[in-house]
Design a protein around this ligand. Sequence first.
Ligand code: NAP
Length: 326
Amino acid sequence: MANIALVGATGLVGRTVTKILEERNFPINNLYLFASSKSKGKVIEFKGHENEVEELTEASLLEKELDIAFFTAGAEVSKKYVPLLREKGVVVIDNSSAFRMDEDVPLVVPEVNPEDIFRHKGIIANPNCSTIQSVVPLKVLSDHYGLKRVVYATYQAVSGSGMLGISDLEHNTSIKYPHPITNNILPHIDVFFADGYTKEEWKMIEETKKILHDPKLKVTATTVRVPIKNCHSVAINVELKHDYSLDEVRELFRNSKGIILMDDVKENIYPMPIVADGKDEVFVGRIRRDDTVPFGLNLFVVADNIRKGAATNAVQIAEILIKGCV
Ligand SMILES: NC(=O)c1ccc[n+]([C@@H]2O[C@H](COP(=O)([O-])OP(=O)(O)OC[C@H]3O[C@@H](n4cnc5c(N)ncnc54)[C@H](OP(=O)(O)O)[C@@H]3O)[C@@H](O)[C@H]2O)c1
């Protein structure tokens, strides 16, 4: 039984972490919930008990005897508090981008590189949401055919921007986004870099290579915010190193843990946000050849960005950590 802290407990991801810990009956002794001062005293139910949210301060966090801490409060909060817990010997599973590319921090998707968890030095990073759902099918293709080049185009839900993103969609405001998102799409997620790419695109490119242990893999991305509440979709164009058959690819996905194949276009069956919403699996379909390059393949991949793209993935990491083996 573990003592767990959840920092960012009142947010979209934090609330879902609590839900998933309960659903999966994670072995918890004490669950401590933290958020900003404005949430102090709020109550969140966990296993029939009312847990009070505490204000996050060095004192309130460090006084607890903890085994694992989930951080879901953004990169600035993680940068400030995670090193303090690491010094105390607490293992942190961090949902923010603060440490993802650090060499001594494993970046883990349990269906892809679970063994990396045990190389941790106090911090394990949860990858970016659209990257998580993309590398699950890519790993299957990589194991069987090898990967040469990946081109991503994303259709990302407003829940990926937290509560404020949902509020902009529901109230037709532009508080989180620079333009309205209602009846619009924004080819702009996170900040722009000097080369014209966004930070979200950079994250998908670099995190894919790190998780797949393939620093030479060619990856490019265009990330786009679309006016739907929840679930990210990614169109993936991939160039494999070896030839494949479509039937074999479908069979591999059908038999892969964490993937649900939805690929029967004659019956209009393909992945969609309304199908993935509330689920923990990655939905894969629209599988077809791209004959413009040798061994090219197109896929459409949808997942719940709050669950598999964040909370579920983090809890799966903790489960493996506690079990002590893959
Ligand atoms: N949404 C996604 O799809 C997704 C996917 C992967 C990763 N992530 C990452 O997960 C993190 C949280 O995202 P979210 O979507 O859950 O955001 P959110 O709904 O805006 O929630 C943010 C949480 O952080 C807390 N917080 C903010 N500033 C704080 C401070 N100074 N001290 C203590 N707590 C503070 C908030 O507490 P109050 O309620 O008190 O303000 C709230 O609990 C981010 O790092 C995000 O990048 C999100």
